[in-house]
Design a protein around this ligand. Structure first.
Ligand SMILES: Cc1cc2nc3c(=O)[nH]c(=O)nc-3n(C[C@H](O)[C@H](O)[C@H](O)COP(=O)(O)OP(=O)(O)OC[C@H]3O[C@@H](n4cnc5c(N)ncnc54)[C@H](O)[C@@H]3O)c2cc1C
Length: 499
């Protein structure tokens, strides 16, 4: 079904924005060159599928694209890139739509919604999984777990593999296998010149280095090849919850647990108000609680979880043996789409008692019915790497911690935002100096992106200059090819066509 939109393009005209703020009148005639090369759908507001295509997770994002293409192949992606590049259109790429800064939407731009490209092929002998550029985490976990295999991915199964992996990607398996990006063996990627390339440790090596952490700055990944590992299929995990009156004691136990935990155990600490969920006793609803979420993929969970079992009896104990896929979707309902979100986090080199004290007090101040504060333990395999290190860097990070302000659309979130900012100011002195690029907000300035990459930033900028010299891929946490003092070349230059 080549280029068959759900309406007649000849009768309609859409205005798209160009990178220099100009307008492009997308009449049926003007879109003909794109449609001629497209196997997937072209959508505009009002078409079936539009609402889903432009929906993003964070409700504070109010931008909208003018036109959406749902590609079916790398060729389709190349056609869109050529079309956008030749006309200097604002282009964005969406996988799971979970980026909190809303980078998958360029306002009044052209969006590539990768959701049709969700195939996963697992080769259990070679221990590889080939994953389409529009997959959600659950697509991959479901397919790999059929073979008792898995790779590092995040905590919420609806998150997009592409955005998560290209920015680094951590989750329950990070301590064993490193960043999701560390597990990449190869990508198929369409670069700004419209070429479909295979990048790996031998081919387009700099590009392969850069995409392992550099986000969507270097092209559109149409297929990821991940190394996969024996995991589960049954693991021990779940949540234990206490009243926040015991927070000091629970957090000290968490500190002790994480200082001695084998890499098969990952634990996260959470402070929030108890949700009115069926698994929480009614008397605790909306009261401050402290929780520890665990996942143990190794041999002796009972022994390794002892520091938690030695605590006073919890209000809630949901730690059980269950399939890894259940563990991977356990938090989905606690973090649904459609709410306003404001996050501030830092990487930590260690978890000191002083940090826990500061974080606990700030977290209790952030508490509102839906907000939460977290400490994720990520130290392990990611700290080993010094060879074959992708651009994600941050090898000194052992914890990710901070505050998530959450409120309903229509509610006044100003006090929540202020509490998150205040908490963040207090924890910054404990930071490695780095922060996670995938948790950045739209309001965060370039300095924060530069800090996220540290010593890797300059190399990233050089690679960007080679593969995307006109900054076609700019709707992201942008690594501009133009250094300080160099003139921007937005309106003057076009990228040389590869084909
Ligand atoms: C509820 C929730 C839970 C999360 N949990 C974790 C976690 O456990 N671990 C973790 O590491 N992070 C986590 N994150 C952060 C997450 O990694 C980022 O939000 C990430 O950007 C989401 O990826 P996405 O594909 O869903 O995002 P999208 O918003 O769809 O895309 C984000 C950006 O990725 C790029 N991109 C998307 N698809 C492609 C592609 N095919 N090719 C090239 N570039 C592309 C584009 O630049 C795009 O702007 C979580 C976020 C949320 C909202």
């Amino acid at each position: 079904m080549r280029g068959a939109p759900s309406y007649d393009m000849r009768e309609t005209s859409i205005e798209l924005t160009t990178v220099d703020g100009g307008r492009f009148e997308a009449t049926g005639e003007a879109l003909r060159p794109l449609r001629a090369h497209l196997e997937g759908e072209l959508l505009r507001a009002g078409d079936a599928g539009w609402t889903e295509a432009v929906r993003v997770w964070n409700a504070t994002i109010t931008k909208s694209p003018a036109l959406v293409v749902r590609p079916r192949s790398a060729r389709d992606v190349a056609a869109v890139i050529d079309f956008a590049s030749d006309r200097r259109l604002l282009l964005s790429v969406k996988c799971g739509g979970h980026n909190i800064a809303g980078t998958s939407i360029a306002d009044r731009g052209l969006m590539l919604d990768m959701s049709p490209m969700r195939e996963v092929a697992v080769d259990p002998e070679a221990r590889l999984a080939r994953v389409g550029g529009g997959c959600r985490l659950r697509d991959v976990d479901a397919a790999t777990q059929r073979h008792g295999l898995a790779t590092t991915l995040g905590f919420v199964s609806e998150t997009g593999v592409a955005g998560l992996t290209l920015g680094g990607g951590f989750g329950y398996l990070m301590r064993r296998f490193g960043w999701a990006a560390d597990n990449l063996e190869e990508v198929e990627i369409v670069t700004a010149d419209g070429r479909v390339r295979i990048a790996d440790r031998d081919r387009d090596r700099d590009l392969f280095w850069a995409i392992r952490g550099g986000g969507g700055n270097f092209g559109v990944v149409t297929r990821f090849t991940f190394r996969v590992h024996r995991v589960g299929p049954i693991v021990t995990g779940g949540l234990m919850v206490w009243s926040a009156d015991l927070a000091e004691q629970v957090l000290e136990a968490y500190r002790s647990l994480t200082s001695s935990a084998p890499r098969e155990l990952t634990a996260a600490a959470i402070i929030r108000l108890a949700p009115p969920a069926p698994f929480v006793p009614a008397h605790a609803h909306f009261k401050p609680i402290v929780g520890v979420l665990v996942c143990h993929t190794g041999a002796d969970p009972r022994r390794d979880l002892e520091p938690l079992r030695a605590l006073p009896p919890p209000l809630v104990d949901l730690v059980t043996e269950h399939p890894y896929t259940v563990q991977q979707s356990m938090l989905d309902d606690l973090d649904p789409a459609g709410f306003n979100q404001y996050w501030k986090t830092e990487f930590l080199p260690e978890l000191s008692s002083a940090y826990l004290d500061v974080w606990r007090r700030a977290a209790l101040a952030v508490a509102s019915p839906m907000s939460y504060s977290v400490i994720f333990h990520i130290g392990g395999a990611n700290n080993d790497h010094d060879v074959d290190d992708g651009a994600v860097g941050n090898r000194d990070a052992r914890f990710v911690s901070g505050f998530s302000g959450v409120w309903r659309p229509g509610e006044d979130g100003r006090a929540i935002v202020e509490a998150v900012r205040q908490g963040w100011r207090q924890i910054r002195p404990f930071s490695t100096g780095g922060n996670y690029v995938n948790f950045q907000l739209a309001e965060d300035l370039d300095e924060r992106t530069i800090a996220a990459y540290g010593k890797n930033f300059e190399r990233l900028r050089r690679v960007k200059g080679v593969y995307d010299p006109t900054n076609l891929f700019r709707s992201n946490r942008n690594i501009s090819p133009w250094g300080p003092g160099e003139p921007r070349r937005d309106s003057a230059e076009r990228h040389p066509r590869a084909r």
